[in-house]
Write a protein that binds this ligand. Sequence first.
Ligand code: NDP
Ligand code: 1BO
Length: 321
Amino acid sequence: MAQAAMTVQDEERYFTLVSGHRIPAVGLGTWRSGSRSDDSVFTAIVEAGYRHIDTAAEYGVHEQVGFGLQAAIKAGIRREDLFITTKLWCSDLSPDRVRIALNNALQELQVDYLDLLLIHWPFHLKEGASRPPKEGEVLELDMEGVWREMEKLVKENLVRDIGISNFTVKKLEKLLRFAQTMPSVCQMEMHPGWRNDKMLEACRKNGIHVTAYSPLGSSEGGRDLIHDEAVQRVAKKLNKTPGQILVRWAIQRGTSAIPKSTHSERIKENIGVFGWDIPNEDFEALCRIPNQKRVLSGEDLFVNKEAGPLRTVADVWDHED
Ligand code: NDP
Ligand code: 1BO
């Protein structure tokens, strides 16, 4: 697990975490990549130069991602040069499930350690819960107990960094009251259509690196930022693609970004974001895109209007929006 010295070229390709480890600025997302995940992972690593792959147990693609990783390693990429992130799903958010979930992930991904393990969403669901959950299927979350188990995985070198996703300032503050190992990363939805400045600021204040998920506005019911007027204008001016403008915008905000694609041309395009800048005036124009709104509100996943603790989207986000 030795970390090679950084070259000047490397510098803009990585962010340094509070643990001292570094996270690649651009990673490949794998949600909804299905059976194309293995080819996408291989293309991303071997042909496009990605070193960060983001996945999750809930995406159902661990095995395909594992095949892609193994193929890349066979092609000569060193495991220690890769950064592999996965996430604990809500039904595994109890202290007794954390290690079992980690072992499953290691086996499915065919690796012997993870670079980053995140709490996917800070809600504990009963095993096999419906979507959205029925009455009684949202259980109490023992956040401290879960975090302690995650901390043990770091001590045992099974996981290099631990972190969170879809947290609110309130939940982050609660976690920081008992964390002995700091969350290195907080993964949140962030793009010019949902800047989420509040969480970005809270993380910065605490030295927590932010990864922007859905940096292109997501898919299926997402926000079409690729055709947004401001994004298109800046892309044309800088002779870049809209996808590159969106990923570069995320990096210039100091966040890493994990665009998903299963198309090799787009996978290559989305990492073509180094060695140039979005000028300040254009960056600011992208920051002013109106109608700030989440795509991933959590409604379909967690809200039960009739029963349980999460009756509205506002409940999911602790009424902070
Ligand atoms: P993205 O914002 O990455 O957008 C993906 C969509 O954009 C797909 O439809 C893709 O299509 C399309 N696309 C990709 N590149 C381009 C391009 N250059 N030009 C035009 N269209 C393009 O959405 P995601 O929601 O997938 O977010 C990215 C990743 O973040 C996820 O895959 C997942 O790993 C992570 N994530 C984490 C969450 C969490 O709760 N922690 C929640 C949501 C996402 P195609 O594949 O056909 O190219
Ligand atoms: C189903 C979980 C949302 C994407 O991370």
